[in-house]
Ligand binder design. Sequence first.
Ligand SMILES: [Zn+2]
Length: 489
Amino acid sequence: MTLPHTLLEGGLLVDGSGQPGWQGDLLMAGDRIVCLGERLRAHPPQGIDLAAAEVVDCRGKVVAPGFIDAHTHDDAAVLRMPEYLPKLSQGITTVVTGNCGISLAPYRVAQAKSPLTLLGADSFRYADMAAYRDAVVAARPSLNVAPLIGHTTLRFAAMEDLDRPASEQEQARMAALLDGCMAEGAFGLSSGLFYEEAYAAPADEVTALARVVARHGGVYATHLRSEMATILEAMVEAGDCAFEAGVPLVISHHKCAGPANWGRTEETLPLVDRLGERQPIAMDVYPYVAGSTVLREDLVDGVIDVLITWSEPHPEAGGRMLADIAAEWGVDQQSAARRLKPGGACYFQMHEDDVERVMAHPRTMIGSDGLPHDRHPHPRLWGAFPRVLARYWRGRGLFTLEQAIHKMTGLTARNFRIPDRGMLRAGHHADVVVFDAERIRDLATYAQPEQLSEGIEAVYVNGQCTYREGGAALTARAGRLLSRKDFSA
Ligand SMILES: [Zn+2]
């Protein structure tokens, strides 16, 4: 059987390695990249007849590996809305799920509690990785899923009370669950020690689990215990944990939060460099000065702006500023926050200089951290990747185009050990994005967060054209649940 060939002709090939792009053609067949070359139609690779190939004119466009979203909470979103336009329309072809200690598997419960509710309270139905894999296969999402296993999820699955360290028995239960998921191909462990439900876990509890991950060749990603006053201590804890266990470390959504900590990336980034001399270490970042998570009074200081993204008792508050609601109610912001709970918010807690410093660091990957279940989501869900290119490459010149793409593709695949993706290479899976470098920009804003970006012209997932700008909806749903074990060579 001859596989259908697709030839992306005459684009600027930016291959994801960070090396300079060059003008040429990319040939795909079935779900793989066949080769890159110059004038392939005139000089086809030996034994390949391109007479019947679909030829796409890419002159004046960039052809790059499909973007890999290093930091997502998309575990349930890819099942509930398998087209997943918010991500696909940014050029994203793979999402790393299960971040911040919160993964859908392995845990089954009718109504999940905070912070697991970030994934939707009623979505926890998968007792192991095999059950989750079956669900992804049945849902046929439009993009690929690379799952991490969450420490907080393991705690919920193995412990009654989460306000203390795990007992020996509970530790063994968590290790066994994690071992099973890793054997099924999960990419590693994540933690969210910042959250109450994991905060009581001592470093040893996490290190023991990271050792399980080390045996399988996975990674450890962490939402640090603190991103505020004690961030350096939290980074050292994470570094020691990963070093002792023998796993690569990813510091999630790196930031220095709160006005008192603005400017402190001048301390944290040199610490990353120092740790990097001893162990493999990376970071991810989203290109905004506001964070977003569940509504918590302790993050409301009366100084920074807070935008409500959802509220169970007051759904009408979604999209409004907390200060305005508090003024209307005649109470202070913390009291208003208490009344709005359970809910979610955007916290304008970062300084632009810190965001740029982190983003420009050579160890930093791009991750959206979008929250797909929020009623009025943070704009990063729809706009993060085009925004990096529009605002920080084209606008601010923070890095070269090739470096920006590297942070969205090759670097991410390497750090998470995702096989055969993230680069334009012969034999790699054909995850490819075609975009207009002059036109690309995010339109999602805090006021109007659900907006398609401009300039992403076509997205191919496993060789199938899955998105076209301004075109009719495509029905290709060729995404897969990826496995760490799928190296083809
Ligand atoms: Zn987080």
